[in-house]
Write a protein that binds this ligand. Structure first.
Ligand code: GDP
Length: 141
């Protein structure tokens, strides 16, 4: 068994409306294990740094505003093929286009307020995990 780690964030829309427990239960049912978790209210600088890849996009300012609007929940998830499996489980960016039964189809409000983040590559997963967690906070095995 070759388990790997990825990063998810339960975004401020979902965390603030009491959906964190439902979303974690959904992810556990899909075979993921939580190996570290936190509750964090991102500063403007932190949100801008986390989404730096999108800084030229027209929605960047709005995205930063949203991500700093309340606490979120970064979580390290572990299973086989964690990165691609989580991308499948969360569904398309826009919940209107997300497959039935995906996290975004079930819990997202809009293309921006879309409940959950998931790393898009193994390389980015490690960068994003390091953004939120020290090595010692991550359970081994
Ligand atoms: P993801 O990998 O599916 O999260 O999507 P992206 O990496 O392309 O975008 C990052 C985040 O920016 C998304 O999850 C949304 O919260 C937001 N976002 C993406 N596209 C749009 C858009 O067209 N409009 C707005 N307002 N927000 C967007």
């Amino acid at each position: 068994m070759n388990e790997t780690d990825t990063l998810t964030i339960i975004k401020p829309d979902a965390f603030g409306s009491g959906k964190a427990g439902h979303i974690i239960a959904h992810l556990e049912s899909a075979g993921f294990r939580v190996v570290a978790a936190a509750v964090k209210h991102l500063s403007r600088d932190e949100a801008q740094a986390f989404y730096a890849v999108h800084r030229e996009r027209p929605f960047f300012a709005s995205l930063v505003e949203f991500m700093t609007s309340g606490p979120c929940m970064p979580i390290i998830l572990r299973r086989e093929n964690a990165v691609p499996e989580l991308r499948t489980v969360i569904g398309a960016t826009d919940p209107a286009e997300a497959d039935e039964g995906t996290v975004r189809a079930l819990f997202a409000e809009s293309k921006e307020r879309n409940a959950i983040h998931a790393s898009d590559s193994a390389e980015n997963a490690e960068i994003e995990i390091s953004f939120f967690f020290a090595g010692t906070e991550r359970l081994p095995g």
